[in-house]
Design a protein around this ligand. Structure first.
Ligand code: SF4
Length: 344
């Protein structure tokens, strides 16, 4: 029985949808509808029959683009035929409409989602579960016992960098070849300003004597990277130099990743790299914490204003930003040393 997973949300959500994809692939062919960036992340994924790119803010925006994408979902299927069930991992009305227009008879999504009226089966949204587990639960029969974190092997997201990504990372790390110290990756960026911990340069200076350091992120993070390299001159600036899967490959080679509550954290979960995740205005209880074994959380545990926003406000509503400013580099460096020596 073939299925289609519709996931056009943020990159982290795409990564956290891979356990659902793997679960469905054990039952039959699986197609995925995702954004261009999401498709780049899911390249080489062995569980996929087909990736349908839905550029909802670009080439396929508007009603025409929606119809065109629906037609592609319905007509382009290979062996196994058109999808019989759509799993709405992203819960918008637009995604649900896409499934209806594609003529998919069974549509499964969360009971709390905006598109729920168009679903044929609604699954409870367990706010207290990790998001990977929530999305994975869409594939469970309604009377099934939920997974627990103890069964995290089932829920580990996976990505599959290929030869091109491996070669790119080997070339990038060439200046550090011969240095036997463990590699620590630093990801100082985030789309949301208040999710950015401001003390990465001091952290880099503290770690530099014992670790090789590499800074990862998008091209827009280069200013953050420059400040880190200025504080720890041996650190390598890889921002803007790798694809998303290339970044996953690089993180996979690191002994540990230090990151904010942002997409690199989920890349590390998929690559099994112990992670120190720094949380400020958000909290791990939202369901987006690191999943790789050996991961640790850095957070201010005495701030009654936390969490103050689902994603992180543009600026601190109280003006002091203590949730991040009072997480010290000494604390994070200690956690990074522990994570870097934890078994893989
Ligand atoms: S209000 Fe509190 S949790 Fe929100 S950004 Fe400011 S210090 Fe952080």
């Amino acid at each position: 029985m073939s299925a289609v997973v519709i996931q056009t949300s943020f990159l982290g959500d795409v990564v956290l949808t891979t356990p659902l994809i793997a679960e469905l692939a054990a039952r039959g062919p699986v197609d995925v509808v995702t954004t261009p960036a999401g498709a780049a992340l899911l390249a080489n994924h062995p569980s996929l029959r087909r990736l349908v790119i839905y550029d909802k803010r670009g080439a396929a925006r508007g009603v025409r683009g929606l119809y065109r994408t629906a037609r592609e979902v319905a007509e382009g299927a290979g062996a196994g035929g058109s999808p019989r069930t759509a799993y709405l991992a992203q819960g918008s009305l637009r995604s649900a409409t896409l499934a209806v227009l594609a003529g998919i008879p069974e549509r499964v999504g969360f009971a709390s989602s905006a598109g729920r009226r168009l679903y044929t089966r609604r699954v409870p949204y367990h706010a207290e579960w990790h998001h990977a587990e929530r999305v994975w639960s869409l594939a469970l029969p309604s009377d099934a016992r939920p997974a627990t974190r103890a069964e995290a092997g089932v829920l580990r997201p996976r990505l599959y960098p290929g030869a091109a990504e491996r070669d790119a990372v080997t070339a990038l790390l060439a200046p550090l070849a011969g240095d036997r110290r463990p590699l620590v990756a630093l990801a100082p960026g985030s789309v949301w300003a208040t999710k950015r911990w401001p003390a990465y340069p001091a952290l880099a200076a503290a770690l530099a004597p014992n670790f090789r350091l590499v800074v990862i992120g998008a091209g827009g993070d280069s200013e953050l990277a420059s400040a880190i390299v200025a504080a720890a001159p041996g650190a390598l600036d890889a921002t803007g130099r790798l694809s998303l899967l290339g970044s996953a490959e690089l993180i996979g080679r690191a002994a540990c990743l230090v990151t904010n509550d942002s997409a690199p954290q989920h890349l590390a979960s998929a690559m099994g790299t112990p992670t120190v995740a720094i949380f400020g205005p958000t909290v791990p209880a939202f369901g987006f914490g690191p999943l790789a074994p050996g991961s640790l959380i850095a957070e201010h545990d005495a701030m009654p204003c936390r969490p103050c926003d689902r994603h992180g406000p543009v600026t601190c509503p109280l003006g002091h930003f203590k949730c991040m400013r009072e997480v010290t580099p000494v604390t994070v460096a200690g956690l990074a040393r522990r994570a870097a020596t934890s078994p893989r």
